[in-house]
Design a protein around this ligand. Structure first.
Ligand SMILES: [Mn+2]
Length: 281
């Protein structure tokens, strides 16, 4: 990193109270690394939550993919921590190896299994990746009959199933791949996932939840709970920002700042050209 780079960052970055990012899938070709780097360059926060599936440990087992841009992402995040941002890493299912380091700190990055974030306006938000509730969602029907015991058992089984799959390098469960296969069920799946996470927030006596996992950014109220999903930087290129007043916003970054500026400049030149074209036709 050059001095110029650092100067450019601090001058052009939008500052928020909190930023939430998830499902970056570093170590795969899926990550839109250039867009993520550009996003990190233009956004800063007092607190940054990494809400799971940051590194794709399962994919790395099948073959090493780690270009310079992925290093740059890690360096940028570490640099934000060095410059005073509180960075909290809440692992997901693809980087569950990091769950073994819960409670530890690396280069200014705290690792937590889950966390409670308090917003500027006093809302308590459960921060969790969300895969923990996947099995419940998928087997909701029979679990409803068996109750709490089955619920606990299913969570336990899911953890071990993932470990076994990882051990043998069997293909991991990917939401986007699954959704493409079962497009009709995807809408139900998202709805069920959202309901389950909101219910978990209620069960824990907080005001809402910030999660990831399903690659579907949302901010909405579900039965009195505030449900916030960070989305991903694989397909949708989204993050969640908390403003100084505690308000949440979905940030979209599907174009770099340069591309956005170029598109705006082109759009500003369009209107006078259109009537002429129509008159000619
Ligand atoms: Mn996940």
């Amino acid at each position: 990193m050059t001095a110029n780079d650092s100067l450019a960052d601090s001058q052009s970055a939008k500052r928020f109270r909190t930023l939430f990012l998830s499902d970056l899938h570093l170590g795969t070709r899926g990550l839109q690394a250039e867009l993520l780097l550009d996003f990190l360059k233009h956004h800063d926060a007092d607190t940054i939550y990494l809400v799971g599936d940051i590194v794709d440990g399962w994919r790395l087992k099948g073959g090493w993919y780690w270009p310079q841009a992925h290093n740059d992402v890690v360096q940028k995040l570490l640099r934000k921590a060095r410059k005073g941002a509180r960075v909290v890493y809440v692992p997901g299912n693809h980087d569950e190896f990091a769950r073994d380091y819960t409670g530890m700190e690396f280069g200014g990055v705290e690792v937590a299994d889950t966390d409670i974030h308090e917003t500027a306006d006093g809302k308590k938000m459960l921060v969790i990746h969300g895969d923990q509730f996947d099995i419940v969602v998928r087997h909701a029907r029979w679990l409803a009959f068996l109750g709490d015991w089955a619920y606990e058992a299913a969570l336990f089984a899911n953890t071990w199933a993932n470990r076994v799959r990882r051990l043998f390098g069997v293909d991991y469960w990917s939401f986007s791949a699954w959704a493409k296969l079962k497009v009709k069920n995807a809408v139900n799946f998202i709805g069920d996932f959202e309901q389950t996470l909101a219910a978990e927030a209620a069960r824990r006596g907080v005001d809402g939840v910030v999660c990831g996992h399903i690659h579907h950014a949302t901010i909405r109220h579900i039965e009195g709970m505030l449900y916030v999903n960070t989305g991903d930087f694989v397909e949708s290129c989204t993050a969640i920002a908390e403003h100084p007043d505690g308000r949440f916003e979905i940030l979209y970054w599907r174009k770099t700042a340069k591309e956005q500026a170029a598109a705006e400049a082109a759009a500003a030149q369009q209107p006078p050209a259109l009537p002429q074209a129509r008159a000619a036709a």
